[in-house]
Write a protein that binds this ligand. Structure first.
Ligand code: NAD
Length: 294
């Protein structure tokens, strides 16, 4: 078992750090929020007074922070120089590809091995230790990060060089955003055409319209497995988070002159839905706006 520094103990990081502690690691934890730090202590982590102290003596440092600026700041000010030279640095936050590459390049220049390892799966998967990690970095860095990631997830996949973990994450979520909107449209159209939406579900779920948004996460209540649609769109994957990822995808597409018309349209629609005060609702709640009910 190892000493792990963990910085960022919010909705996702709290559960992830607790799982590492549950696997027997000494998890030296830090968050700017006192409340988050106390929760981590109650879950078996060892609270520290600063990010730098959390890195002290660590064999691995894991960060789970809101956005690129937080990641860049924490690595520059607290991780580099305080984590031992042999520590493996693992950033699990979802951030822009350019910042991920820049921080990885700084780490390499300072002699550290680092990976970007964003996750698929929300708060429930973080708590249950069933996240999927998509990992960018050199093979040697991936090999060192993998055992720690396995202690927090069900799948760990090496995507390629630094930054490709973030690329995988935003490409995946761009598909998801566009696919959810298309699924919502189809349910609404089926109903208007006199086709019972539950019958549409039965047919499309075994036909070529089948998708994760349809059969695992249906935006229509009462069909398929239980989803946020059955709980008035509470919980699940927040609209604000989906919008964040679609914005990252749009910025990444612009940076390489890629044409992503469906991703761009999905971002516009989620922008409108979020601006109307729905940022905290599950992202499948966009069916309300598409059906003229938001
Ligand atoms: P969150 O806001 O709940 O947690 C972020 C934590 O980071 C907060 O507790 C905050 O206090 C802390 N923090 C910010 N700056 C800090 C600093 N300088 N030093 C120490 N702590 C600092 O966010 P979250 O939902 O846990 O998401 C974290 C990351 O995971 C984001 O990049 C998000 O996009 C990604 N993600 C979230 C979900 C989800 O469903 N919530 C799913 C997949 C990926």
């Amino acid at each position: 078992m190892a000493r792990v520094g963990f910085i960022g103990l919010g909705n996702m990081g709290g559960g992830m750090a607790a799982n590492l502690a549950g696997k027997g690691h000494d998890v030296c934890a830090f968050d700017l929020s006192e409340e988050a730090l106390e929760r981590a202590g109650a879950a078996g982590c060892l609270p520290r007074a600063s990010a730098a102290q959390a890195c002290d003596g660590a064999e691995a440092v894991v960060t789970m922070l809101p956005a690129g600026k937080h990641v860049e700041g924490v690595y520059a000010e607290a991780v580099f120089g305080n984590a031992p030279a042999l520590a493996i640095l693992i950033d699990c936050s979802t951030i822009d590809v350019a910042t991920a590459k820049r921080v990885a390049a700084s780490a390499t220049a300072k002699g550290y091995a680092m990976v970007d390892a964003p996750v698929s799966g929300g708060i429930a998967a973080a708590n249950a230790g069933t996240l999927t990690f998509m990992v960018g970095g050199a093979t040697e860095a991936f090999d060192r990060a993998e055992p720690f990631l396995k202690d927090m997830g069900k799948a760990v996949i090496h995507a390629g060089a630094a930054g490709t973990g973030q690329a995988a994450k935003i490409c995946n979520n761009m598909v998801l955003g566009a696919e959810m909107i298309a699924t919502c449209e189809a349910f609404l159209l089926a109903e208007k055409l006199g086709l019972d939406p539950r019958k549409f579900y039965d047919i499309a779920s075994v036909s070529s319209g089948q998708s994760w948004s349809l059969t695992s996460y249906a935006p229509w209540p009462g069909v398929g497995p239980e989803t946020p649609a059955d709980r008035d769109y509470q919980g699940g994957f927040a609209t604000a988070m989906m919008l964040k990822d679609l914005r990252l995808a749009a910025a990444a597409a612009a940076s390489v002159h890629a044409d992503t018309p469906m991703g761009a349209r999905a971002a516009e629609l989620y922008e409108r839905f979020s601006a109307a005060g729905n940022g905290a609702l599950d992202f499948s709640a966009i069916i309300r706006m598409l059906g003229g009910r938001a």
